[in-house]
Write a protein that binds this ligand. Structure first.
Ligand SMILES: Cc1cc2nc3c(=O)[nH]c(=O)nc-3n(C[C@H](O)[C@H](O)[C@H](O)COP(=O)(O)O)c2cc1C
Length: 182
C-alpha cells in the first residue's frame, strides 16, 4: 500500500483559529501511511484576473496538485463558507481542466456557532460539485467553536472531538484508496 498525502485548507486566517486547530488535530491523528500538510493562505490575494498569478497562488496550486486528498475546514461566515476558503478554491479552479481538483477525494469539517458550520459545509458541497471534488459523505463533523472543545490557541482539547477527527481521517484514507482503484 503506497503512502498518501493529504492537504488541509482552513477558511480562517487568524492565528488562534479553531478551524486551523481542527486541521492540526487531523495532521496529528492520521492513519498509518498518511502524511498531511496544511496550506498557508496568509499571503494569497483575492483572485483577480488582472494580476499575474502570485507566488502564493503558485505554491497553493503545486501543493494541492501533489495531494492525494484534501481536508477542507469550512469556517462559517454569515451562513456560508468564508471568503478565504472560497478564494483558495477560486484560484485553484483557474488551472486548465480544473487540474489540481478534478476527481480528487476530499472531506469537510468545521468549527463554528450552534450548527457547527453545517450551513457553510453544505454551501461548500455545492461548490465542490462544479470543481469535481469527490467529497466523502460520512462521517460529517460539525464542532462547536465556543464550548470546551478548543483551548485559547485554537487547539482541540477534547477527547470526544479528537476521536471524531481520527475517524474522519481514517474514512478519508479509505475513500481515497477506494477511488484509486477506479
Ligand atoms: C464575519 C463573521 C461572520 C460569522 N458568521 C457566522 C455564522 O453565520 N455562523 C456561525 O456558526 N458562526 C459565525 N461566525 C462565528 C465563527 O464561526 C467563529 O468566529 C469561529 O470561531 C470562526 O472560526 P475560527 O475560530 O477558525 O476563526 C462568524 C464570524 C465572523 C467573523
Amino acid at each position: 500500500m503506497h503512502s498518501l498525502t493529504f492537504v488541509g485548507i482552513a477558511g480562517s486566517l487568524r492565528q488562534a483559529s479553531r478551524n486551523k486547530g481542527l486541521l492540526r488535530c487531523c495532521a496529528s491523528h492520521l492513519p498509518q501511511g498518511v502524511r498531511m500538510e496544511i496550506a498557508d493562505l496568509s499571503a494569497l490575494p483575492f483572485y483577480n484576473e488582472d494580476i499575474e498569478k502570485p507566488q502564493s497562488a503558485r505554491d497553493l496550486i503545486a501543493q494541492v496538485t501533489a495531494a492525494d486528498a484534501l481536508v477542507l475546514a469550512a469556517t462559517e461566515y454569515n451562513y456560508s463558507m468564508s471568503p478565504a476558503l472560497k478564494n483558495a478554491l477560486d484560484w485553484l479552479s483557474r488551472e486548465p481542466n480544473l487540474a489540481p481538483l478534478n476527481g480528487k477525494p476530499a472531506c469537510l469539517l468545521g468549527a463554528g456557532g450552534g450548527m457547527g458550520t453545517a450551513r457553510s459545509q453544505y454551501h461548500a458541497r455545492q461548490v465542490c460539485v462544479y470543481l469535481n471534488l469527490r467529497l466523502l459523505n460520512k462521517p460529517e463533523l460539525f464542532s462547536n467553536a465556543f464550548g470546551q472543545d478548543f483551548d485559547q490557541q485554537g487547539n482541540v482539547q477534547s477527547e470526544a472531538l479528537t476521536k471524531q477527527v481520527a475517524q474522519l481521517m481514517q474514512a478519508l484514507a479509505d475513500w481515497t484508496r477506494l477511488l484509486e482503484r477506479d
